[in-house]
Structure formats: C-alpha cells, structure tokens
Design a protein around this ligand. Structure first.
Ligand code: AMP
Ligand code: GLY
Length: 422
C-alpha cells in the first residue's frame, strides 16, 4: 500500500514511523514533510488539493492520511472523495467540531454530552451578563481556529470582560474571535482521549496526558504541548465506560443523524472532575505530541487501522496495543512559544546508552535539512524524545536519557513530563 501523509510535524513523523514498521506499506510520501521525514519516505512540496490529488492518481497512492486540522476544515476530504481517492479524516462539515467552538458547544448541548456551562455570543452585553453569574476563574474562547491560542483563563470578572471585549472587537484574533464562548472553569485533571472512527464504528486508543504549559509544575504560558505520556493510570475502566456511553456513542450517533457521519480521529479533550469526564473540546485530528506516544503503542498494523477507518470497515478489525508505557519529551527552541529562533544545528551523540537503541527514539518536528546535509532546528517545537518502558518511570528515564544526548543552542524542555502519574 502506498501512503501519503499530509503535514510537517512530529505527529506526522510518528505516523510515518508506525507505517514504516508495517510490512504491507510500500512507498511513503509526505506533503510537505520536514527535514527528517525524507529519511522515512519522499517529501513532496505541494499543498493545493488538486495538485495533491493529481499526485495520488499518478503515483498509485492508495491512502492519504491528514495530520493537521486546517486542510480538514478547508475540505480536503470532500475534494479527494469526490475524485474517488481514499482519505482518512473528516469531511469539512464534520470538521466543524474543531473549526467552530460554537458549533461544538451547541452540538454537545443538543446531544446531552457533558460539558462546561457556557454562552455563545457576538454581543458584549450578553457576555457581561453571563460573566456576572460566574465566579473566577472564567474561561473565554474565540470561536474559530487560533492555532491553540484562542483560550483565555481569566482570573477575575474584569479580566474576563476585557478578554471578551478584545476578542469581539477583532483585536485579539481577527475574524476567528468575532463570536465567542464564555464558560465556567472546570477544576480537575485533563486527559487526551482519541477514538479512530469510520462514521459508524470506532476504536479507542489508550488515554494520554499532555502538558500544555511551557514550564515545570504547569507554570508559564500555554504551548502546543511540551510532552505527553500514555497510557495514563489516571483513567480506570469506569471512566472509559463513561466516555463510551456518554461521549463517544452519542457524538457518533449525533453526527450521523445530523447528516455528517464522523470519520477520522475524534480527539476528545476531557477534564475529569470528581470522577466524571466533562468535555472541554473536540479536535478532529491527532494531538501533537500525543500521537508521538500513541503510535509506538500500536501493535496491529497502522495501515490497516487507517485504511479500514477510511473505508468504513472498522467493525472487521481487532486492534492490539503493546502492554508498555511511552513518555515523550518535547525539546523546543530558545524563544518558543513567543517568537521564532535563529536556526541552529542539531547534534545528536553517537548513542552511548545501549538501551536507547531499542527503547527510545526521536520524532522530528520543526527541523530542516541544510544544504550541508545537516539537520537544523528551525521550528518552535523541534523534536520529541520518546522513551518506551515497562513502567512510566522506566519510559520517562529513557526519554530523558535521550534528551541528554541531543544538543542545539537554546534548547529547552520540561523535566517533569508524566509527573501526574508518578
Ligand atoms: P481548548 O483549546 O478549548 O482545549 O483550551 C485550551 C486549554 O485551556 C485546555 O487544554 C484546558 O487546559 C484549558 N481550558 C479550556 N477550557 C477550560 C475550562 N472550561 N476549564 C478549565 N480549563 C479549560
Ligand atoms: N497537544 C494538544 C493538541 O494537539 O491540540
């Protein structure tokens, strides 16, 4: 099977690694890929849908897997399917679950899926009225896609009002913020749960935990995610059962009944409050860096999982996972997440720690290949050091051993990834 992966991050690199382990995979392509994906397959520099679809037809691509949300929200799946191509991801209609927070919140309300109390509005007056009924902290969210930055956790009513005003006037997020959601703050622990869906049936992956703040102890600004681990012991069978019954089943049935069956990755952002899973948000793609920890857990062939999901055939699949733990530590560039940093060469020690050969690896993200053939850190989140072990502590130790062997000027990482599980 020849496969095209759309995207350029560590997430797409890790999907590529999982497919590489899979004997039924022939040629692997990345569009556009990054400076390291060319070691797994061939990078192709194209992005518009018709050129990509032409490429798939000409090169016998059997399956396209979409990493990031933007092309999904823009309708790449609809376009490819209209051309008779097999593609894994939701339609533009279904991708509204991520593309519009208002669509998502109203959908959850229509189908009785538990979520934080909220109002959605484009009126400052309505926002103020609701804010006056809440105690701080108060959460204010821009409606549209903001690259993960559209959420303000205000520490007072005044701050919440100010954030609402700035969003609604278009000052903070442009058009993405001309409608907003104001909601109550949920105090609990956060999970990332992923269901691979084919429109009808689904497979739930082991639950993961991301670390969104830049610094240890969850301090500092929000980021795209500084590290993750899976499976998390914070989830027991009872929580998985509640997620199935109260969240995944009503969501998939609701999407079907509203004429937009959900196919692709349903990324469920969950806050567990007093043992009850409450939905913070949906995304319609894998989390990054969560994908980098989940792919190594997949024992069954990755191509089969994605192909069967794309073709509505998940009921005929039995997916197995390794009985292991995975910890991934993001190494970011000097000025992340504030601004981009000067490109700097990445130097990786010749492996000194023998056990790392077998139980750890790097998933490359914001990297470019220089004309000198060397790898340079050019993005914000540069790479993820991934450790695999029989316990979380062992996986964590291996991930950090590997971190110690990777060098670039200005590198930064958290040193406490997976702390909630240890
Ligand atoms: P979102 O983009 O909706 O996932 O929000 C980004 C982050 O803000 C989430 O991962 C949470 O850590 C936090 N967050 C969002 N909504 C809430 C809420 N209602 N209560 C507490 N934290 C929240
Ligand atoms: N790691 C969170 C996200 O990908 O949105």
């Amino acid at each position: 099977m020849n496969i095209l992966i759309i995207g350029a991050g560590g997430r797409e690199y890790s999907i590529g690694m999982a497919l590489k382990r899979d004997e039924s995979v022939g040629q692997l392509y990345f569009a556009p890929g990054n400076g390291a994906t060319d070691e797994l397959g061939e990078n192709i520099a194209m992005s518009d849908f018709d050129t990509l679809a032409d490429f798939c037809e000409t090169n016998g691509v059997d399956l396209t897997i979409v990493g990031p949300e933007a092309p999904l929200v823009e309708g790449i799946v609809d376009y490819f399917e209209a051309r008779g191509l097999t593609i894994f991801g939701p339609s533009a209609a279904a991708a509204q679950l991520e593309g519009s927070k208002i669509f998502m919140k109203n959908f959850l309300a229509r189908h009785n899926v538990p979520t934080a109390k909220y109002v959605e509005t484009d009126s400052l007056e309505v926002a103020y009225q609701f804010i006056n009924t809440l105690e701080a902290p108060i959460v204010v969210k821009a409606d549209g896609l903001c690259g993960g930055k559209g959420v303000i956790i205000a520490q007072s009513r005044d701050e919440a009002k100010k954030a609402s005003g700035e969003m609604l006037s278009g000052n903070s997020f442009g058009d993405a913020g001309t409608s907003i959601v104001v909601e109550e703050f949920l105090d609990g622990y956060e999970l990332s749960v992923f269901a691979i869906c084919d429109g009808e049936d689904y497979v739930v992956l082991p639950a993961a935990q991301d670390h969104k703040k830049l610094l240890n102890d969850d301090l500092g600004p929000n980021t795209g995610g500084m590290g993750a681990y899976a499976p998390t012991p914070l989830v027991n069978d009872e929580i998985y059962r509640k997620l199935d019954e109260r969240v995944i089943v009503p969501t998939l049935e609701g999407m079907k009944s509203e004429g937009m069956p959900f196919k692709g990755v349903l990324f469920i952002g969950v806050m567990v409050v007093n043992d009850e899973p409450i939905i913070l948000e949906y995304n319609v793609r894998f989390g990054d860096p969560e994908c980098e920890e989940l792919m190594p857990l997949l024992k069954s062939p990755a191509s089969e999982l994605f192909y069967k999901a794309a073709t509505g055939d998940l009921k005929n699949i039995n997916i197995e996972f390794y009985d292991k733990y995975v910890v991934g530590v993001v190494m970011a560039s000097k000025d992340y997440p504030y601004k981009s940093s000067t490109p700097t060469e990445i130097i990786i020690d010749d492996i000194v720690h023998e056990e790392l050969n077998e139980h750890a690896h790097i998933s490359f993200a914001g990297v470019s290949r220089g004309e000198d053939g060397k790898l340079y850190a050019t993005g914000g989140r540069v790479l993820v050091c991934v450790g695999v072990g029989d316990s979380i502590a062992e996986a964590q130790e291996r991930a950090y051993l590997l971190v110690g062997q990777v060098h670039f000027i200005g590198k930064q990482c958290r040193t406490d990834i997976a702390y909630q599980a240890l």
